[in-house]
Write a protein that binds this ligand. Structure first.
Ligand SMILES: Nc1ncnc2c1ncn2[C@@H]1O[C@H](COP(=O)(O)OP(=O)(O)OP(=O)(O)O)[C@@H](O)[C@H]1O
Ligand SMILES: [Mg+2]
Length: 320
């Protein structure tokens, strides 16, 4: 932590933690008094976030297991800090790979909460960006843009969606490289107050890491998000309907299951996001159906029920 040229002006940890000397980490490790795992868990309430993650998110068993491992690492690290055995923050930068709609953004927000509860980041917010938020169009525009984003993300998680677009080898003087270099420096030197999560398709991310060994070596945790099965997508639809006060009427769940069988093999299928979109369209059809019945008094049941016909009207069934 003694290379001041690497730090982002105005976002030096010292600027927000007045007690710390200019080159000390944002959260100088302090003994919280906890000596057991149970005590750390009680202090941090991180278990609540883990339980919510388990409850709210369908499937994702390998992802959930990795998150529990990371949480365990952080809890033990806390105990090591308390006994003076650890002084450096562990590297927590991650990559989340998987197809669209597999829950990457959702899980990243939960991760930010976990990191916050265990005091690895000060604020626990997440800033989600893509290439356009970091890279400028003209010479001299990229560094200020990237630094501005980093400044906003300090104390939380910076989520870079489709991170591989930062690197465009076909364009010799691409400004993306400048953004990557700034990111690399901050990921190394301010990792005690910022966690970077790179997200995107697995194959493109692998290629990106191969061409950017500096980035690859700074990513400590690779989480791969599998596609959902139709059964899991059905469970996800159940959760989505429940939170919006809707339910499937007679035969509607069966119709939606058939819809998903057809949809999953179509182009541009986007897992849980496609489920959300399909349910939005079903709600539209339900509304049009009810709207047509001008004089009927609509009951709670009418207003909350998605009927089979609201699903079966999808154009996907027309090609059957
Ligand atoms: N396992 C799950 N259980 C319940 N809901 C889920 C699950 N995974 C995703 N969702 C829901 O599906 C939607 C899309 O998820 P999210 O945006 O996290 O996916 P993503 O992988 O970031 O997608 P994209 O690549 O398109 O950005 C969100 O509304 C989210 O709440
Ligand atoms: Mg996303």
């Amino acid at each position: 932590m003694n290379a001041p040229s690497y730090s982002i002006p105005g976002v030096m940890p010292a600027a927000t933690v007045p007690a710390a000397a200019p080159d000390e980490p944002a959260h100088t490790p302090v003994d919280s008094g906890a000596r057991s795992v149970a005590q750390v868990l009680a202090q941090s309430q991180v278990e609540d976030v883990l339980a919510e993650l388990e409850r709210d998110l369908v499937g994702l068993a390998p992802v959930k297991a990795r998150i529990r491992d990371i949480a365990a690492l952080l809890v033990i690290d806390k105990l090591r800090i308390n006994l003076g055995l650890t002084s450096q923050a562990p590297s927590l930068h991650m990559s989340f790979t998987g197809n669209p709609g597999t829950g990457k953004t959702t899980v990243a927000m939960r991760m930010a909460q976990i990191l916050h509860r265990l005091a690895y980041v000060r604020k626990g917010h997440m800033v989600a960006v893509t290439r356009d938020d970091l890279v400028g169009q003209y010479i001299g525009h990229t560094a200020p843009k990237t630094k501005e984003v980093l400044k906003k993300a300090m104390g939380g998680v910076l989520f870079i969606d489709e991170a591989y677009y930062l690197y465009r080898p076909e364009n010799e003087r691409d400004y993306g490289q400048e953004a990557i270099e700034i990111l690399l420096q901050v990921m190394e030197n301010q990792r005690d107050d910022l966690v970077v999560i790179l997200a995107g398709y697995k194959d493109r991310m692998d290629t990106f890491f191969q061409s950017n060994p500096g980035m690859s070596s700074r990513i400590a945790h690779h989480l791969d998000f599998p596609d959902y099965s139709v059964g899991e997508l059905m469970q996800i639809s159940g959760k989505m309907l429940e939170t919006q006060n809707y339910r499937f009427g007679p035969g509607a769940a069966e119709a939606f299951d058939r819809y998903l069988q057809l949809r999953t093999v179509q182009p541009h299928f986007a897992n849980a996001r496609s489920v959300r979109n399909a349910l939005d369209r079903a709600r539209l059809r339900q509304a049009s159906r009810l709207f047509a019945e001008r004089d009927r008094e609509l009951t709670r049941d009418d207003l909350t029920t998605i009927e089979a016909q609201d699903i079966l009207a999808s154009r996907l069934f027309k090609t059957e």
